[in-house]
Design a protein. Structure first.
Length: 348
């Protein structure tokens, strides 16, 4: 897909096999990251980009069905937002997809990429690449009960099953089941011997494998995940693919997101300085703390906001050293902001 074609795409376009299923404008998305992309993180990221597609951290069907907490909570400001679901029982997946649609999620994504032992023991994540028909059964069961898109995030291979034919067969099977949108992490996963962190770094990236997939399945909406650290790199990928998913770079350097709307979506006029973002977050922090959240649960997502700017170290240090205290309040954030901005900026 060329940049010109991408900029002509509507926010939502019909590509789904199921009646009424619409694809999100997935040119840029932020990866689901376990223990990181919670609702506070997503609210923060939405202040930086109005158009990037946000993902929940992976939530298992067991947690949703049997857990005591509300694992589907999100802020209305987060849209477009996708629930990433971990599971492999078609009936349970369908039940949770229906709940997600009822709660207002814009799509549901099946995790077929996480390689951790805990995920494998639960029979979901990257190990499901070896069972494409089971993934297809989940897709069919979910699409039977929802009108929102059901998508898949996967790897290019697992263990020694890492040739193109293996990936091609997997994609063909899930596409035949009705899945029209895939996010491909352009590394294979080693199910044994590497930690999840090592699986994000050690297996080499193979972008050409994903390009080949798009050439063979031009009707599918395919996004690339892995190794993209700048918006220039993201734009370059859009010459070949439909979208780019960025993970930890968006988390460690969130101001990257402040140019997404203009550079990726061609939507000028919306931008926030990091100082404005802090001010915009303060009412949210106050509301969430009144509902029982701790200051650190929110502030931890903002540590990288001033990356590369004078005073960034002092900002991080003050929040890190004092933010986890039970009595920490939004006032601490203003004190940290004073380390990177003139006092006059605090009221602008």
């Amino acid at each position: 897909m060329t940049e010109k074609q991408a900029n002509q795409n509507p926010v939502k376009s019909s590509i789904g096999a199921g009646v009424g299923q619409l694809a999100l404008d997935h040119r840029f998305s932020i990866a689901p990251m376990l223990d990181w992309t919670d609702k506070h993180c997503r609210y923060f990221h939405r202040l930086l980009s109005q158009h990037a597609v946000l993902y929940t951290e992976m939530v298992t069907t067991g947690a949703i069905i049997h857990g005591s907490g509300d694992y589907l909570a999100f802020n209305k400001e987060e849209h477009p937002v996708v629930l990433q679901l971990g599971g492999s029982n078609p009936a349970d997946m369908a039940h949770c997809a229906k709940l997600a649609e009822q709660r207002g999620y814009d799509a549901v994504n099946i995790n077929v990429g996480c390689p951790s032992d805990r995920v494998q023991n639960g029979m979901f994540g990257a190990c499901l690449m070896a069972q494409p028909q089971l993934v297809a059964d989940c897709i069919k069961a979910m699409q039977d009960v929802v009108s929102i898109p059901v998508t898949v995030k996967t790897r290019i291979g697992i263990d020694d099953s890492d040739d193109y034919q293996f990936l091609q067969d997997f994609v063909a099977t899930v596409a035949d089941a009705g899945c029209q949108q895939l996010i491909i992490h352009a590394r294979k996963a080693w199910l044994k011997g590497l930690s999840p962190k090592e699986n994000r770094e050690v297996p080499p990236l193979n972008y050409e494998r994903v390009y080949q997939l798009k050439r063979e399945f031009p009707q599918l909406n395919i996004s690339l995940n892995g190794g993209v650290k700048t918006l220039e790199q993201a734009k370059a990928q859009l010459q070949y693919l439909d979208g780019v998913m960025v993970g930890r770079e968006a988390y460690s350097n969130p101001m990257l997101l402040s140019s997404v709307d203009e550079l990726i979506y061609g939507k000028a006029g919306y931008s926030r300085s990091p100082h404005q973002v802090v001010q915009d977050m303060l009412p949210y922090i106050e509301r969430q703390m009144q509902q029982g959240a701790r200051f650190w649960h929110i502030a931890r997502h903002m540590l990288g906001l001033f990356q590369g700017m004078p005073g960034a170290r002092q900002w991080r240090r003050l929040l890190s050293e004092r933010g986890h205290f039970a009595d920490a309040t939004p006032e601490l954030m203003l004190q940290a902001l004073a380390k990177v901005a003139p006092v006059a900026d605090l009221t602008t």
